[in-house]
Design a protein. Structure first.
Length: 170
């Protein structure tokens, strides 16, 4: 996981924080697959959040994902790949990570009353999706080395149109 931007900070500003909040240890290593987030989650119940709006537009960098854009250019660009990381809502003064802009996943039940499903977002969610992709490739090609699968994942990744527009000058 590239790590999450400090979106709960009152001074958080998208996408500035995503460019200055550096990816976190061990994302500086050269051989690991580092996963960040983008988002296609833009639909929400306007009646439930009447004065709120999604922070990121469709296909743009997830508001919680960090990058290595502030690093010296001798280091690798991070993240290597992005997967769905959810989105935030903003009312102009604060931010919120609602279930409706997150993905759904199973959770462990501690008691019989606990829900079986819960929301899942940020770079942990994106990393789980990347691990699933990696596992699917490994299942189809069991003799491939981990390095080969990493290469397939990284070299098949593409920027979304939203990210191209957002970061074309970097």
């Amino acid at each position: 996981s590239a790590g999450n931007a400090a979106w709960e900070d009152p001074t958080y500003s998208y996408p500035d924080y995503n460019l200055t909040d550096s990816v976190q240890d061990p994302a500086q290593c050269w051989n690991a697959l580092i996963v960040g987030g983008f988002t296609n989650q833009v639909s929400y119940d306007i009646d439930e959040y009447p004065d709120w709006a999604p922070v990121a537009e469709l296909g743009k960098l997830s508001p919680t994902s960090t990058t290595s854009t502030s690093w010296d250019k001798t280091w690798p660009d991070r993240p290597d790949v992005v997967m769905e990381g959810g989105n935030l809502l903003s009312d102009g003064a604060s931010h919120l990570l609602p279930d409706c802009l997150s993905l759904l996943t199973a959770r462990r039940r501690r008691t019989a009353r606990d829900r079986l499903l819960t929301s899942f977002a940020e770079t942990s969610c994106a990393t789980a999706l990347a691990a699933r992709l990696w596992g699917q490739i490994k299942n189809q090609h069991p003799r491939r080395w981990p390095e080969t699968i990493r290469g397939l994942v990284v070299h098949s990744a593409r920027w979304t149109e939203g990210m191209k527009k957002e970061f074309s000058g970097l």
